[in-house]
Ligand binder design. Structure first.
Ligand code: ADP
Ligand code: ZN
Length: 218
């Protein structure tokens, strides 16, 4: 099964992709995590992406598409994948479809997690992420047991450099201008499953799984 997760920054794509990848045994591929890893490792890819990420802009398509298409040919992707953060514009979606056709595969479902703009802003400004396992926390709504320490792996929590008000606003703008057209793209292809992204992590995960089941029956 090949699934795309769509949603604005802060919609909970990363959290939901991790839960779904566990439950459905799919490889979780996050383009943002791939870029952050490259950045941390000081690779050429990381250097190319840095400036765009800091400004909340999209990294150019040629760089991004190559990175993700390379990643999805890895052996752990054979059972299927869940894509988180990619595609983010129509050109990326077209390149993905084309690459999958060549391997006899296709995107089966696109899940759109919908969250109000006010909620997105509050989530992103209070977000802390684990350096070890990427688990997300929120200062107010889901704080860790011990400040600055991950409940799951004991790793150190940090705030992403792009989680500041100015960059957050830009990322939301980019989402509505460039990524939102994908909702229509996947809807026309009969692949869209849309749901409310407000509620507990487990509630939303259940909502996604039952949404996928209902759609499969149609
Ligand atoms: P969020 O969805 O919270 O903004 P991500 O971790 O998905 O966070 O992405 C962080 C940054 O990485 C983006 O603002 C962008 O600069 C870059 N990026 C991630 N995915 C893509 C993509 N598919 N195309 C272009 N740039 C991307
Ligand atoms: Zn952790």
């Amino acid at each position: 099964m090949y699934i795309v997760l769509l949603g604005a920054p802060g919609a909970g794509k990363g959290t939901q992709a991790a839960l779904l990848s566990e439950k459905l045994k799919l490889a979780h591929i996050s383009s943002g995590d791939l870029f952050r890893q490259a950045l941390a490792n000081g690779t050429e890819l990381g250097k190319q992406a840095k400036m765009y990420m800091e400004k909340g802009q999209l990294v150019p398509n040629e760089v991004t598409i190559k990175m993700v298409l390379d990643r999805i040919t890895a052996p752990d992707c054979k059972n299927g994948i869940i894509l988180d953060g990619f595609p983010r514009n129509l050109e990326q979606a077209g390149a993905l479809d084309k690459a999958l056709i060549e391997t006899g595969e296709k995107i089966d479902h696109a899940v759109y997690i919908k969250v109000s703009e006010a909620e997105l802003l509050s989530r992103l400004t209070g977000r802390w992420v684990c350096r070890g396992c990427q688990a997300p926390y929120h200062e107010i709504s889901s704080p860790p047991k011990k400040a600055g320490v991950c409940d799951k792996c004991g790793g150190q929590l940090y705030q992403r450099a792009d989680d500041n008000t100015q960059t957050i606003k830009k990322r939301l703008q980019v989402f509505f201008a460039e990524t939102a057209p994908l909702i229509d793209y996947y809807s026309k292809a009969g692949k869209l499953v849309e749901m409310q992204g407000e509620g507990s992590m487990e509630e939303i995960s259940q909502r996604i799984i039952s949404g996928l089941k209902t759609k499969a029956k149609k």
